[in-house]
Design a binder for this molecule. Structure first.
Ligand SMILES: CC(C)(COP(=O)(O)OP(=O)(O)OC[C@H]1O[C@@H](n2cnc3c(N)ncnc32)[C@H](O)[C@@H]1OP(=O)(O)O)[C@@H](O)C(=O)NCCC(=O)NCCS
Length: 204
């Protein structure tokens, strides 16, 4: 296999050139959107300068009516996401500035059906026929989300937070906190006076 000076194979360089041309044409202002990139509802997606994605990402910005032109997926400046990141929004998924998402991440602001509160969904209805229920997801600035993470509907992740690999985020994450696990629990918080991450005592 021939390797170029920058350690990419010729095939990889070809893919990068192809992705760069497509980025310039279809995603002005973005740094590099690697193809394939699947996007549903492009006019309902906004992104800031320097946005880059890995291969095989999928964004679905689903309108709640025919005339719904609201922005559903908002991405700030200098956001970098890895391969196969899947984002679904019927309400809003908002991602701040300087956010790093690793690969194989799922972020969704909705569920097929409702399983608590009023008007719950019957299991007799096929899941794909159950009404979508949305609740916004907000991801702050300077957040880092590790590999294989799921961020579920209604969650806010504060500025500077870190989500460990393989976590499932079901509840809000405070700013400057490291959370891990399924469901994700806080393990460390940043102390800016000492410039260090302190462990958070847990009961188990
Ligand atoms: C979250 C993370 C940054 C924490 O780093 P850290 O604070 O140095 O972690 P520590 O080694 O001090 O671990 C603290 C505790 O959390 C646990 N832990 C750390 N990461 C964990 C994770 N992802 N899932 C579950 N538990 C985790 C450790 O086992 C340890 O538990 P213990 O106190 O019972 O021994 C790191 O573990 C991680 O998951 N990084 C993501 C890597 C990644 O996805 N990279 C993609 C490149 S963009």
């Amino acid at each position: 296999m021939f390797i170029c000076g920058n350690n990419y194979t010729i095939g990889e360089v070809g893919k990068l050139v192809y992705s760069t041309i497509k980025t310039r044409i279809f995603f002005p202002g973005a740094r590099l959107i690697r193809s394939p990139f699947y996007i549903r509802g492009k006019k309902r997606v906004s992104y800031g300068m320097g946005f880059s994605t890995g291969y095989g990402c999928r964004f679905e910005a689903i309108p709640d009516s025919k005339n719904d032109s609201n922005i559903k997926i908002k991405i700030g400046n200098n956001v970098h996401i890895g391969d196969r990141v899947h984002i679904v929004a019927i309400d809003t998924v908002s991602i701040g500035d300087n956010v790093l998402l690793a690969s194989n991440i799922f972020i969704s602001d909705c569920n097929h059906g409702k399983y608590s509160g009023d008007s719950q969904s019957s299991p007799a209805i096929p899941p794909d026929k159950r009404e979508l229920h949305g609740s916004p997801v907000n991801i702050g600035n300077n957040v880092w989300i590790g590999e294989n993470v799921c961020v579920l509907a209604g969650v806010t992740i504060g500025n500077g937070a870190i989500i460990g690999a393989n976590s499932v985020v079901t509840k809000d994450v405070p700013a400057n906190t490291i959370c891990v696990g399924a469901p994700a629990r806080a393990i460390k918080q940043f102390d800016s006076s000492l410039n260090q991450w302190n462990s958070i005592a847990t009961s188990n």
